[in-house]
Design a protein around this ligand. Structure first.
Ligand code: 13P
Length: 254
């Protein structure tokens, strides 16, 4: 059975002191996780090392929000896989819609980043999702297929076992509009079927697919109860320890 993975994407929020405060409050609330549940926090780069230190001996894992596709070099402002690993990260979010929208990230670039992360022992959480006009035009599945094929190109079945896909409909991010559990489940099923075609049913069955977009304590349980929704990528509601903890405890015991 697939694990349920709840990740918090802090985006560009929290100074170092605020990060310490949030993680210190979160630790006791996550000391008794259900055995099938994993929890990840993804603070900004500047807080990774200190958060890693605070998380030692806890049930919470650490991820970053982005990573360069290069190993090292004269790339001002970029952060490499080696830096993330030395700061204590196990995971890295790649291709978030905000990276695609504001920083021009393409499926090709996200694919290079994913391959670089996998080759170096970081587990990518790769984001896909349609925009509102695409949903309204009825081309959601086409958009998602193009994104999935693009970001997974050249990734082996063995490596795919380390990948998490996050389905985040762009129109649901930070808007308070959540996809209904059924709308989300439909896309998750589509992703799983596509991965089965590209790889095998066995690989597709094992793939963790998170939902993201206005996940809150009051809608988490019904989203996470869907067969193909294996976790959540949480934005706004992960910035407070108690609301993130309520989402974590809404995970079904499978
Ligand atoms: P919100 O939960 O704030 O809608 O953000 C979702 C998201 O983008 C997580 O990566």
């Amino acid at each position: 059975m697939r694990r349920t993975v709840i990740a918090g994407n802090w985006k560009m929020f929290k100074t170092v002191d605020e990060s310490v405060e949030l993680v210190t409050a979160l630790k006791p609330l996550t000391s008794n996780l259900k055995p099938n549940v994993d929890v990840i926090v993804c603070p900004p780069f500047t807080s990774l090392a200190i958060v890693a230190n605070l998380l030692k001996g806890s049930n919470v894992k650490l991820g970053a929000q982005n990573m360069s596709e290069q190993d090292e070099g004269a790339y001002t402002g970029e952060v490499s896989w080696k830096m993330l690993k030395s700061a204590g990260c196990e995971y890295v979010i790649l291709g978030h819609s905000e990276r695609r929208q504001y920083f021009g990230e393409t499926n090709e670039l996200i694919n290079l980043k994913a391959k670089k992360a996998l080759a170096n022992g970081l587990r990518p959480i790769i984001c896909v999702g349609e925009k509102l006009d695409e949903r309204e035009k009825g081309v959601t599945e086409q958009i998602i297929s193009t994104q999935i094929k693009g970001v997974l190109g050249g990734i082996s079945s063995d490596d795919l076992k380390k990948v998490i896909i996050a389905y985040e409909p762009v129109w649901a991010i930070g808007t308070g509009k959540t996809a209904s559990p059924l709308q989300a489940e439909e896309v998750h099923q589509h992703i799983r079927k596509l991965v089965a075609q590209l790889y095998s049913w066995n690989v597709a069955e094992g793939l963790v697919i998170q939902y993201g977009g206005s996940v809150k304590p009051d809608n988490a349980a019904e989203l996470l109860a869907q067969d193909d929704i294996d976790g959540a990528l949480v934005g706004g509601a992960c910035l407070k320890a108690d609301s993130f903890a309520s989402i974590i405890s809404a995970s079904p015991s499978r």
